[in-house]
Every structure is written in structure tokens, then in C-alpha cells.
Design a protein around this ligand. Structure first.
Ligand code: T3D
Length: 262
């Protein structure tokens, strides 16, 4: 059977491609398992200095594979809390906790958990023809995979409520205007722009970038005092890295820095 997640290395960048195109890369257990394994391997491999997540075919990801959720006559309801606990929540936590930048190239429609997994990534680029759909309400569910956390923080309460309660399709361009994603780019430019961005990130002070992720994530739950303390602790750690030493030296010598990632 074919891999449901394709992985390939390009220098310091690990490219992960969701690969169930006939089902619009919707999630089944196998895809969850393979994606989790790939992200764990990336976490353990310091030579991976950025991750690029994208989808095969015309979609990015249509969320949960609903063909696995049809209930026959007399069958009881599935425990969706269990699948969130076992599969979706750990995925979102893995993406956020990975101390390397994760770029998401949304190549087509991103619906349901597919949209929110994209939002859990650090920098989201989308093809102009792509769209974001909080499809949950249309089938009687609640936005998951962090949707109710990310949406109001990214676009504010008014837009979060509209998106989550209406389940309408938000085109990439508007998503960028609203601050839901970083940038919309012409379809034919997406792959190259996303790879250029990921390659750039992979050449940067990797440990500092990991700490930046940590600080920004913590700010959602911290007051100013706690956040200032955290910045102090992280800066102490950053100040001891080889890349900081190189950054200062390169600046003083008026030359581009060569960061090794440690
Ligand atoms: O269950 C749990 O564990 C809890 C977790 C839930 C997380 C969730 O993500 S719930 C939300 C699930 N996702 C959706 O509700 C989205 C369903 N899909 C759509 O609304 C539409 O397919 C799209 C808007 C994404 C794209 O529309 P369109 O017109 O471009 O394509 P299409 O014709 O609808 O789909 C093409 C094929 O993919 C089609 O199959 P066919 O007819 O060619 O054999 C369609 O059935 C299939 N497909 C699309 N999405 C899913 C899917 N098959 C299974 N599951 C899907 N989510």
C-alpha cells in the first residue's frame, strides 16, 4: 500500500506531503500514524532545520475521512472525543512543540481539521485558488484541532464566530487579508515560494527560532510579568548558542552570517 504521507529531504528542509489525493487527503488512522512518526523523527533529528507541510493533488486536506464515520442501522455513535484525544490533539501539539519552524503550503481546499492543522503551523502560504472551510458545523460538529483557540486569536471574535457558525468557504486572498494566514500566492508559484521560505528558515539560527515559537505560544496563557520572565530565561539560553556568537561576529565584520543551527 502507498504511503499516506510522503517525506523527502531537501538540505535542512523536511518536506511532508499528505498523500490521499482521491479522498482530498482526508485523515484516516494510517495518515495520522505516519504523520506522527514523521514529526517525531524530525524532532529527534537536529539536521532537520525546517519542515514544509503540503498536500498531494488538488486539495490540501479535507479533515476527517467521513467514509469511516458512517453509522449503519443500529450502530452506536463513535466516540469522537477518543479520536481527538488519540490522534488530532497530539498532532496539533506535535506541530506546536516542534522546536523548528513549520511552513504550511496550502495547495488547495483546507476543510475541517485540515484547515485547523494548517493554522497550527508557523507560517502558512496558500495558493490563490485554495480556501479555508470550518466545515464542522455543516455536519453537526464543533471546530477541533485547535480551531476554537486559533481562530479568535488570529482574526478576532467577530470573524471567528462567522467562520465557525456559517462554515462558508474563505478564499486564500481574504484569509491573508484577515490575518488568518501569512500570504496568498499565485498557484503556479506556491511550491517554489514555500520551498524558498523553508530553505531560508533552515539556514537561520535554528535554536533561536525554536525558542521564538515557545515564547509566542506561551504568550497566549501568560500575563506580562510571566512573559517577561520567560523572555529573560530564553534570552539567557539564546545568548549561549553558537549561532548568536556567529550572528554578532558576522554583523561586526559586515558579512552574511553562516548559522550552523546550534
Ligand atoms: O471524526 C472524528 O474523528 C472527529 C474529527 C473531526 C475532524 C473533521 O475534520 S470533521 C470535518 C470533516 N470534513 C468535512 O466535513 C469536509 C467534507 N468535504 C467537503 O466539504 C468537500 O469535499 C470540500 C469542500 C472539501 C471539497 O469540495 P469539492 O467539491 O472540491 O470536492 P468533492 O467532490 O466534495 O470531493 C472529492 C472527493 O473527495 C469526493 O469523492 P468521490 O465522489 O470523488 O468519490 C468526496 O466524497 C471525497 N471527500 C472529500 N472530503 C472528504 C471526502 N471523503 C471522505 N471524507 C472527507 N472529509
Amino acid at each position: 500500500t502507498e504511503a499516506t504521507v510522503l517525506g523527502r529531504r531537501e538540505g535542512g528542509v523536511l518536506v511532508l506531503t499528505l498523500n490521499r489525493p482521491a479522498r482530498l487527503n482526508s485523515f484516516n488512522e494510517a495518515m495520522h500514524t505516519e504523520l506522527a512518526a514523521a514529526l517525531d523523527a524530525a524532532a529527534a533529528d537536529r539536521s532537520v532545520r525546517a519542515v514544509l507541510l503540503t498536500g498531494a493533488g488538488r486539495a490540501f486536506c479535507a479533515g476527517q475521512d467521513l467514509s469511516e464515520r458512517q453509522m449503519g442501522e443500529g450502530a452506536g455513535p463513535p466516540d469522537l472525543g477518543d479520536t481527538l484525544e488519540r490522534l488530532y490533539n497530539p498532532l496539533v501539539r506535535r506541530l506546536r512543540a516542534l522546536d523548528r519552524p513549520v511552513v504550511c503550503a496550502v495547495n488547495g481546499v483546507a476543510a475541517g481539521a485540515g484547515a485547523n492543522v494548517a493554522l497550527a503551523c508557523d507560517i502558512v502560504l496558500a495558493a490563490r485558488s485554495a480556501s479555508f472551510i470550518q466545515a464542522f458545523c455543516k455536519i453537526g460538529l464543533v471546530p477541533d484541532s485547535g480551531g476554537t483557540f486559533f481562530l479568535p486569536r488570529l482574526v478576532g471574535d467577530v470573524r471567528a464566530r462567522g467562520l465557525a457558525l456559517l462554515g462558508e468557504s474563505l478564499p486564500a486572498e481574504k484569509a491573508a487579508e484577515w490575518g488568518l494566514i501569512w500570504k496568498a500566492v499565485d498557484d503556479e508559484r506556491l511550491e517554489e515560494e514555500a520551498m524558498t521560505l523553508a530553505t531560508h528558515l533552515a539556514s537561520q539560527p535554528t535554536r533561536a527560532l525554536g525558542m521564538i515559537k515557545r515564547a509566542l505560544d506561551a504568550s497566549a496563557g501568560n500575563g506580562l510579568d510571566a512573559q517577561l520572565d520567560l523572555e529573560r530565561d530564553l534570552q539567557r539560553e539564546a545568548g549561549r548558542t553558537e549561532d548568536y556568537r556567529e550572528g554578532v561576529r558576522a554583523f561586526m565584520e559586515k558579512r552574511p552570517a553562516r548559522f550552523g543551527g546550534s
